[in-house]
Design a protein around this ligand. Structure first.
Ligand code: ADP
Ligand code: MG
Length: 391
């Protein structure tokens, strides 16, 4: 990587503005999952130990450029304070007089959290004036919000043009190291598993991973479009009819590199308590829809995965939110957990499924950025990384 990392820059005693990803799930004003806050701690603790003045900023939710009380970062600040066992200075605005004064009063080792960046319309439009206002608060800029690196926003990309020096934090560095190893020099066999709802979301990643992987397993809702492309009836299953030709092309190009489910769990309704049964892929009747991969498919996928030395997984194998259709996803997760291989989980729902199965500790890497990891595996540049200072 030719981009500066945290250890490449001098932060001693400096005002360091850090973009973190504190876009955490909230319910009734409380943080319900603090994984992302925990993931930012290595960078924050390093800066505290280096006597920097640590100024943090993040977006939360979609307040659409306006101040919305439910998207304030106060409870995030509280969680962070508990984790660091340290008082956090929290400002009620993102830029302007209040934060400027607060920053001027900071001492070495202090931590300050600015208000939600998306309370400002200039954040998402990557407005240069807003980026300059942010840059005014800092001597150097560090980006550690991996989950936002695929977006060129003022706090992720724009700001880099208005500070003298910028670098990536430890979280981004680790994400890029691990995932970069998988795509650039994977131990083989390298197996990619792609699932989730729609083919259209994942065309680019399928095409990119087909070139790199030895096998590509396809499951989830998107497999239905491939089943249709094989010429089978699909009943009420989720199928993207405008992508059937593309699925045919991909199958022709990839030959036996692509593995599709041989059987599926069908239901007579999209509901947790619907009647369900296992049928072969050519046996989906009218009035039924495929909501999970079947036991034969699981066994066939498992046989391929058992040989793998590198596995990248993006997208669940079924509607895992409903227990009746979670088996394919859970079994695949269990197979990965038991492997002696590099296992990488990208994709927000896939990560949630692995967490729900309690297998997160058994994977080599679970990416903190769904969209960002997808874009990375598509082989496309991440604008908020590209704009950081070169080494
Ligand atoms: P990720 O966030 O891991 O990238 P996606 O967002 O692409 O995954 O897809 C996840 C969603 O796909 C889940 O909500 C899941 O219920 C849905 N899904 C999986 N299989 C099916 C299916 N057979 N029919 C309909 N929806 C499905
Ligand atoms: Mg998703």
């Amino acid at each position: 990587m030719n981009k500066k990392t945290l250890k490449d820059i001098d932060v001693k005693g400096k005002k360091v503005l850090v973009r973190v990803d504190f876009n955490v799930p909230m319910k009734d004003g409380k943080v319900t999952d603090d994984t992302r806050i925990g993931a930012a701690l290595p960078t924050i603790n390093y800066l505290i130990n280096e006597d920097a003045k640590v100024i943090l900023m993040s977006h939360l939710g979609r307040p659409k450029g306006e101040v919305k009380e439910e998207f304030r970062l106060d409870s995030v600040a509280q969680v962070l304070s508990d984790k660091l066992e340290k008082t956090i200075i929290k400002t009620d605005t993102t830029v302007g007089e209040e934060p400027e004064k607060a920053v001027a009063n900071m001492e070495a080792g202090d931590v300050l959290l600015l208000e939600n960046t998306r309370f400002n319309a200039g954040e998402k439009s990557n407005d240069a004036e807003f980026a300059k206002e942010l840059a005014k608060l800092a001597d150097v800029y560090v980006n550690d919000a991996f989950g936002a690196t695929h977006r060129a926003h003022a706090s992720t990309e724009g700001i880099t043009h208005h500070v003298e020096e910028s670098a990536m934090g430890f979280l981004i560095q680790n994400e890029l190291d691990v995932m970069g190893k998988a795509v650039k020099s994977p131990d083989r066999p390298f197996v990619a598993i792609i699932g989730g709802a729609k083919v259209s979301d994942k065309i680019a990643v399928i095409e990119s991973l087909l070139e790199k992987a030895d096998s590509l397993i396809i499951g989830g809702g998107m497999a239905n479009t491939f089943i249709a492309a094989q010429g089978h009836p699909t009943g009420d299953s989720l199928v993207e009819t405008d992508k059937i030709d593309l699925a045919k092309e991909l199958m022709e190009k990839a030959g036996d590199k692509i593995l599709l489910p041989t059987d599926v769990v069908v239901a007579d309704d999209f509901a947790a308590d619907a009647n369900n049964k296992v049928v072969a892929v050519d046996g989906i009747e009218d009035g039924w829809q495929a909501l999970d991969i079947g036991p034969d498919a699981i066994a066939k996928f498992e046989a391929v995965l058992k040989e793998a030395k590198t596995v990248v997984w993006n997208g669940p194998m079924g509607v895992f939110e409903m227990d009746a259709f979670a088996k394919g996803t859970n079994q695949v997760a269990q197979v990965l957990a038991d492997l002696d291989a590099m296992t990488i989980i990208g994709g927000g729902d896939s990560a949630a499924a692995v967490n729900k199965a309690g297998l997160d500790g058994k994977m080599t890497h679970i990416s903190t950025g769904g969209g960002a990891s997808l874009q990375f595996f598509e082989g496309k540049p991440l604008p908020a990384v590209e704009s950081l200072s070169d080494r």
